[in-house]
Design a protein around this ligand. Structure first.
Ligand SMILES: NC(=O)c1ccc[n+]([C@@H]2O[C@H](COP(=O)([O-])OP(=O)(O)OC[C@H]3O[C@@H](n4cnc5c(N)ncnc54)[C@H](OP(=O)(O)O)[C@@H]3O)[C@@H](O)[C@H]2O)c1
Length: 287
């Protein structure tokens, strides 16, 4: 097991412990394991089941411990870590924090990606002054194309935020926001991939109903989404300008766009994001 991929420098990310490596923890871990990321190794991760931990057997850069196999796994994982990332389900966060509170290394920063768990709920269970940072990433982090909102808790300084920004910069773009904006980050980008996949599902089925087979429909829809997203990323135009460029007056696109606009997407998206943020608030109240 090496101590880092190269000799550590001031840019080397410090020792990280990740409590939970499911969909989101796994996405972040995949980013951290990219060859170009300079990080102190090994990254220590914990899982509940032995089977999940066994997925890392034989890996040099990751040490995986299962809490089912070793009741002290989470405590052991955090002892040497400067950054502790909590990536368990929201309703488990408080228990996990209580569990690790007295084993954190001095100066460790606790980062929670859990939806609907305020930093104050985490700080309450930690010794005074332990810095907590909320983060709201999304699953494209798995391929380095995530976007993460991060917000400081009461004891987190600019230096802590900068450290956490560097952590999430390994998996995509990072926005530093106020904590009262985190639920809206969750609504827009945290859950955002699901909305795009819903669009892809519906458009693929509509293409199939127009006579394309499954593979043809997938290629048509997937490449349209990827191509349009890249076009936007490579352009200074707004989505509205890009839409107008493919919408000639009296043309075919215009007819489809008119039908879609009848559904009043603005109001629909307002309602969808409000429902998402409402659920975060319910989670905050423990419902
Ligand atoms: N998924 C998203 O798109 C997304 C986006 C933003 C934020 N988040 C947040 O990310 C967090 C995790 O969500 P997820 O979708 O990644 O959940 P998940 O796939 O169910 O993963 C949970 C992970 O926690 C582990 N775990 C469970 N109990 C544990 C314990 N006592 N000690 C240590 N590890 C334990 C699980 O291990 P086993 O595999 O052994 O069960 C698994 O690795 C949530 O708080 C969620 O709000 C998710």
């Amino acid at each position: 097991m090496s101590d880092s991929k190269d000799a550590p420098t001031s840019d080397t990310l410090p020792r990280i412990a990740m409590i939970g490596v499911g969909s989101m923890g796994g996405a972040i871990l995949a980013g951290l394991r990219a060859p170009e990321v300079d990080i102190a190794l090994p990254i220590v991760v914990t899982t509940k089941s032995v089977t999940s931990a066994q997925a890392f057997a034989g890996d040099d850069d990751v040490t995986a411990l299962s809490s089912e196999q070793d009741a002290d796994a989470n405590k052991t994982a955090v002892r040497d870590a400067e950054l502790v990332v909590l990536a368990v389900k929201p309703w488990m966060v408080r228990d996990v924090v209580r569990e690790i509170a007295n084993d954190l290394a001095p100066g460790a920063v606790v980062v929670s990606v859990a939806a609907g768990v305020p930093s104050s709920a985490i700080e309450d269970k930690l010794p005074d002054g332990v810095p907590v940072v909320r983060a709201m990433p999304n699953t494209p982090a798995t391929i380095g194309l995530g976007v993460t909102g991060i917000a400081a808790g009461a004891a987190a300084t600019d230096a802590h935020i900068e450290l956490v920004r560097r952590l999430f910069a390994t998996v995509g773009e990072v926005l530093v926001v106020r904590e009262d904006q985190i639920n809206d980050i969750a609504a827009v980008s945290g859950s955002g991939p699901a909305y795009l996949f819903l669009y892809a599902e519906e458009m693929t089925q509509a293409a199939e109903r127009r006579g394309f087979d499954e593979d043809q429909a997938r290629v048509l829809v997937q490449q349209t989404i990827v191509g349009a997203a890249e076009l936007w990323a490579h352009s200074d135009d707004t989505p509205e300008e890009l839409r107008r460029k493919v919408t000639s007056p009296k043309g075919t696109t215009e007819q489809a766009v008119l039908v879609l606009q009848e559904a009043n997407w603005g109001e629909l998206f307002d309602r969808a994001l409000a429902a998402n943020a409402r659920r975060s608030e319910e989670l905050e109240r423990g419902e």
